[in-house]
Design a protein around this ligand. Structure first.
Ligand code: PLP
Length: 406
């Protein structure tokens, strides 16, 4: 008899964005005249930078000629891309990362979801609340949790975010083995300073723990005193893995290119206490289950690092951040407390009511879609996430409508 992995049955039936899509579809059916403005799901809306498109086209043409055609590429990614990532994203900021410590992939979602395969099933995991749901759900699927009871999975240590701690969780009150952190944060948009990140790195050293650091939104950091990478913090090379993505940096959500950094000095342990290289284990995993990213996509990603590519990607980010500034200013003028949105495309708004109620109000009265904070965890209740990914015109229109109903 073919049996299922019953851990899947512990998952909450509806993935947050499916529930939102359903409510939006129902509303659109009831009100076909209403033009809905989506400030919900975190997908970019603006076209790829010109430099990326040109590189993409050139690479596609190379694939059409026997003499320049490429088949399977190198397991870690093409050296032309790895070298630029190492130099511009890390070494230029004083982070000691070399190109052989970078592994290219088709997404930070799959990497941050798949990485848990490297770890034992009985480790103690700390996960923020509110949180990007992938970290939690992939551990549920792998059997690292008990059942879902009163809004929480048994066996997980939740790192609570609140107004009091500014949604930057405090260090765990007890030793843990694996810690998920994401800055700039999805969903709250908050960032972390170097001293506070240093405290997490020190905690990991003290407890032989590992930090999984999701920096998918680093490109939105405008305050140059904030770390873009955990490797800008001392001691992180031994205790941290970092996820990065071109999705939000350069509009690659539909093109798919990302990378994971695992320093050669980053170790985990066997039951007997022997040290194992996580870099080697991840590479072994990826070479078994993945065949890297297509040549044209890696050429398009490489173009992000050219002079024009950098300027054009920055223009995209600046456009979204103008939206974020506008959303924050309008909500503040209405007396709503906002977190995030200063170095991040997400604004975390205290809705002063249940978050799904506020979601329904904005949808039904203003035709604007946001994301209810409760979908990101128990600590998200009472908040909504508003995303700056849209045109300025739509954001202005959305805020005008919101002003009329709040
Ligand atoms: N990490 C975080 C925190 C995200 O919010 C997202 C996408 O929304 C991802 C990773 C996924 O990135 P990618 O498109 O590279 O899979």
């Amino acid at each position: 008899m073919i049996r299922v992995n019953e851990n899947y049955l512990k998952l909450q039936t509806s993935y947050l964005f499916s529930e939102i899509a359903q409510r939006v579809a129902d509303f659109q059916t009831a009100r076909p005249d209403m033009e809905i403005i989506k400030l919900g799901i975190g997908d970019v809306t603006r076209a790829l930078p010109r430099a990326c498109i040109d590189a993409f086209h050139r690479a596609v043409d190379e694939m059409a000629d026997d003499t320049t055609f490429r088949g399977y590429g190198p397991d870690q990614g093409y050296p032309f891309l790895l070298e630029k990532i190492a130099r511009q994203d890390f070494q230029a900021r004083g982070a000691d990362i070399t190109e052989d410590e970078i592994i290219v992939s088709d997404g930070a979602k799959c990497d941050s979801g798949n990485i848990q395969e490297l770890f034992a099933t009985d480790i103690k995991i700390a996960i923020p609340d509110p949180v990007y749901p992938v970290y939690l759900d992939t551990n549920v699927m792998a059997g690292r949790t008990g059942s879902f009871i009163e809004g929480r999975y048994e066996g997980i240590l939740y790192l609570e975010g609140s107004r009091e701690n500014g949604f930057i969780p405090d260090l765990p009150p007890e030793p843990v083995d694996l810690i998920y952190l994401c800055f700039p944060n999805n969903p709250t948009g908050v960032t972390i300073t170097k001293p506070r990140l240093q405290a997490w790195v020190d905690f990991a050293h003290e407890h032989n723990a590992l930090i999984l650091y999701d920096a998918a939104y680093e490109a939105f950091i405008r305050d140059d005193t904030l770390p873009k990478s955990i490797y800008e913090v001392e001691g992180a090379r031994e205790v941290a893995i970092e996820f990065r993505s071109f999705s939000k940096t350069a509009g690659f959500t539909g093109t798919r290119c990302a990378y994971t950094v695992i320093p050669k000095t980053c170790m985990a342990f066997t039951r007997n206490g022997d040290r194992q290289s996580l870099h080697d284990m991840w590479l072994r995993r990826q070479t078994t289950k993945f065949n890297s990213v297509s040549y044209p996509v890696q050429r398009a990603a490489e173009a992000v690092y050219s002079e024009e590519g950098r300027a054009q990607s920055q223009a995209l980010i600046d456009g979204y951040m103008t939206n974020a500034d506008h959303i924050r200013a309008e909500l503040a003028a209405l007396g709503y407390e906002c977190i995030g949105g200063e170095n991040s495309p997400y604004i975390w708004v205290d809705s002063r009511t249940e978050s799904w109620k506020f979601f329904d109000l904005l949808l039904e009265e203003a035709g604007v879609v946001c994301t209810p904070g409760a979908g990101f965890g128990r600590c998200g209740e009472g908040y909504v996430r508003i995303s700056a990914f849209n045109s300025f015109e739509n954001v202005q229109k959305a805020m005008q409508r919101i002003k009329k109903v709040l």
